[in-house]
Design a protein around this ligand. Sequence first.
Ligand SMILES: Nc1ncnc2c1ncn2[C@@H]1O[C@H](COP(=O)(O)OP(=O)(O)O)[C@@H](O)[C@H]1O
Ligand SMILES: [Mg+2]
Length: 300
Amino acid sequence: MLVCKNLSKKYGNEKLALDSTNLKIETNGVFALIGRNGAGKTTLVRILSTQLMPTTGKAEIDGMNVVEKTGDLRNIIAVIPQEARPPPWTTPKQLVFSYLLWRGFSMKEADERAEDALRKLHLSEDKNKASRFLSGGTKRRLLVATVINSGARILFLDEPTTGLDPISRREIWGIINDLKKDCFIFLTTHYLDEAESLADRIAIMEKGKILAVGNIDELRSRMKYQYCIRISDDFKIKLKEGEVVESNGVKQVLTTKSEAYKISKHFIEKGAKFSINPVSLDDIFYYFVKKPLNEEVEGE
Ligand SMILES: Nc1ncnc2c1ncn2[C@@H]1O[C@H](COP(=O)(O)OP(=O)(O)O)[C@@H](O)[C@H]1O
Ligand SMILES: [Mg+2]
């Protein structure tokens, strides 16, 4: 279990970066922490991975307090920080090999493990090239190669695909799907499609607070409204239950099943152009995040 209890972090005199964060999740599969820039994702990752002290509150991973058991925890975790880039003049082989030596493997074992990791991530051909000549996607794959044979069974990947092209993103997704068989992956992202396709469980973070946790069905069932109707025409909508929100010039009606049924019928009769779907992670995220923090969320 990974447990955070009233975990807070304040940098100097700034406002709280983490504000009494509470979280309880199993340490298996893929967990995605989603939130916009500045929500507090990296701060939480840095505290959980023993790189940063919380201001108040506590956090434990599999019974180990992140402040008291840093040595034990560091043996079982590996982190790829958000800002990590391979050193420009180091080759993939040198980087993976030296990281494994640093993790405590013998020269021989580090060499074998490095070769194996490079092979698994299709980096063997480029293994002796200075990293500065690799593409952005290949650099990210290289960072993943450093950790996959490190013996860590908990991996923190902080925004592993930010700034990558769609093909490289898919490659990283494939790697994460392979890794999750043996490891617990704690992923942060602001790409909601990434969270939706990779994660078994998702937490929504905003202004240093976790607003909701669960798999997508659980998150959806906690919403007041389960259906989303998108309308491109300029129709006036009278609603008994639901709310109208506007996103990118498209009107969206979030509503209940019975109301959705009535509205669709009305639109069909009027010949309006519209689409109707169960709410997506985008809608769920938007719904939770736009609520004032002190407003009670349905189902809590
Ligand atoms: N070293 C720091 N010093 C001061 N403020 C920081 C520092 N790191 C992060 N913050 C602030 O803490 C908040 C949360 O940041 P961060 O954890 O990086 O969010 P995220 O990863 O979700 O973008 C932001 O308001 C950010 O400006
Ligand atoms: Mg971040």
